[in-house]
Design a protein around this ligand. Sequence first.
Ligand code: HMG
Length: 373
Amino acid sequence: MKIGIDSIAFSTSKYVLKLSTLAAKRGVDYAKYCVGIGQTEMSVFPPNEDIVTIAVDAAEKAIAKVEDKNAIDMVIFASESSFDLSKAAGIYVHHFLGLSDNCRIFDLKQACYSVTAALQMAKSYVACNPNSKVLIIGSDVVKYSKNTSGEPTQGGAAVAMVVSKNPRIAEFEPYSGVYSTEIMDFWRPIYATEAIFDGKLSAHNYLKSMDICFERYLSSSKLSAQDIDYSCFHSPFCKMARKAGRQLFPNKNIDNSLAYNELIGNSCSASLYICFISLLDNTPEDMSGKRVGMFSYGSGSVAEYFSLIICNGYADMLTANANREMLSNRAEISFEEYELFRNNQTLKNKVYENVGKVTLTGIINDKREYVVR
Ligand code: HMG
């Protein structure tokens, strides 16, 4: 039985900060951001938008082409920017989507790796329950302290995928290379809203983990590097993915996979899968039957290299123009607004829109209150 990704979509904030604005305010040469780390813009989030509101928008788009929505009997929400240690954020998303109550819903956490864990679980679940569909969401809003080297690598987005039998976008291959090790390269204690990181250590461990995973992937699959047609790498910032690409495949160009992340910034759990959407949307030739190598890295750390085979007819499932428009239609905000957003504030007398139908209106008596437009 073929199992894989049947539909996929992403969503991000309606607001963007140009990194040229940040560079000027921080007294940094803009070339360091646009060339040195490979980022030109980052999505920034007003207080009425959170990991749930963007997730609902991504998931609505992902399930729009699924005929039998009642077959979705598992929702997995993967995030490292969760606001609740008990209740699963996926329960809000499930509610706003109006999915069947005959459904298991839970959250997963392991830094940027968690969506890959969700895909592996979904693959096994569908293998045992062939008529089931699993909705997977990865949603993160990434914040580092201001004036740190991490500041230009913030961002955020949500990705949503439906995993089922007879997929229309990509089929899972049975091979994987995995590597896990305990390391303090990036973490966020439960009392903190901003991540703490050791940038150099994290970049070193990302590349080391990738080498180990790739070797294990090749050894389990009996494939060689030449058998990989296209590549996607977790992209905390585009230069990291480009370094990874050069290390594994000296001459391969991975620009098509990075077109969206360069404008969004780090979206952690969603990042690798937005690379995948970007690759599908921006590759002009027919990718049917081709193998895409995927490298997933989550600090702390767990890493995995696996591969997908692109399905015939996948192009009918893409929404490239809408994706490009979503990014180009974001409104540029000023540095003052960026600083206000960081403190959960906004300019007085200015209304901030949500990307989708759900707005976070406030937190009353420790309860998050959402309204549907
Ligand atoms: P930094 O110390 O500001 O940067 O931190 P740098 O001084 O190393 O410079 C970066 C690059 O810019 C260098 O190029 C410089 O030469 C170049 P490289 O040597 O790397 O090729 N540069 C310039 N280029 C052109 N013109 C100039 C110029 N000046 C310098 N004028 C760092 C950069 C990415 C480390 C920092 O932003 C950071 O720590 N970010 C957060 C951590 C991170 O993203 N780590 C990535 C790996 S870990 C991961 O992927 C997991 C993660 O997503 C979290 C999770 O799993 O949940 C983060």
